[in-house]
Design a protein around this ligand. Structure first.
Ligand code: MN
Length: 263
């Protein structure tokens, strides 16, 4: 066997033996899935997710059971393409159907800020915080995801706590522009978070506003939101698979995020 065939064969053996674990980084997608509240003046509110029965053998005596799924591209655990933001709309191959599939497998750098977020719901991920992570774990490798582990996934089942809006302002952690610039400088493939969107709850405070969208997508990078089970990932060493649905001209998509983790 050639070397690459060996690698695949070893991979399957490790998966079967459990020496490489597969972790689901996805929340359930359904009517209870929290949806983002679009700020006033920034467009329409998305629908909540629902299933409407087309037919069901349990009720109509037919053979099959299937439904019409209503959801938004940016619902639940989901992927943001570069074309999601006006800054990224001119990149070639930047929609769900055109992004090269090679870009859907990448190593993950997990920045554990759970202690800081416990004390401060408005925690700002800074470039210095990323550099201190790099001192402990090495430089963020080109092509890897930067994932903020905040503990926010524990709030998912309580939409009010997950959104955490007080007087119209969301209180949830996220990166400032300098942190996003450092990710781009490192040539990260994207930034992922446990919160409802990639940006800080009050990302209007930054210049530019919404840097995890405007700067990352402007640099042809990805985003992921509402991730789960980041506590089960090591700081480095996991590989994640992040393939969105192949929606024609899609700006993003709910997806199943799988992590391969060495034991
Ligand atoms: Mn999104």
């Amino acid at each position: 066997m050639n070397a690459s065939a060996d690698i695949l064969s070893n991979l399957m053996q490790c998966l079967n033996q459990g020496t490489i674990e597969v972790i689901d980084l996805t929340h359930p997608l359904g009517p209870a899935t929290p949806m983002i509240k679009v700020p006033e003046g920034h467009g329409k509110q998305p629908p909540s997710t629902s299933l409407e029965t087309i037919s069901d053998y349990r009720e109509d005596g037919g053979y099959a059971r299937w439904s019409t799924l209503t959801t938004a591209e940016h619902a639940g655990t989901h992927f943001d393409t570069p074309s999601h933001w006006f800054t990224g709309g001119d990149h070639a191959n930047a929609t769900t159907d055109t992004i090269s599939v090679k870009r859907f497998m990448a190593p993950a750098c997990v920045i554990d800020c759970t202690d800081e977020v416990k004390d401060d719901e408005d925690f700002i991920l800074t470039a210095d915080r990323l550099r201190s992570w790099e001192e402990a774990h090495g430089a963020i490798p080109a092509g890897s995801w930067v994932l903020l582990h905040s503990g926010w996934a524990n709030r998912f089942e309580d939409a009010d706590r997950f959104l955490n809006q007080i007087d119209g302002v969301a209180h949830s952690p996220g990166p400032n522009p300098d942190a996003v610039r450092l990710m781009i400088e490192r040539d990260a493939c994207g930034y992922g978070t446990e919160t409802i969107g990639t940006d800080h709850g009050n990302a209007n405070q930054f210049d530019p506003v919404f840097p995890a969208h405007s700067l990352m997508h402007g640099a042809n990078k990805f985003g992921m939101s509402s991730l789960n089970n980041l506590d089960k990932l090591p700081p480095t060493g996991a590989v994640i698979v992040t393939a969105p649905l192949k929606i024609v001209d899609g700006s993003g998509s709910p997806l199943r995020v799988l992590a391969f983790v060495p034991s």
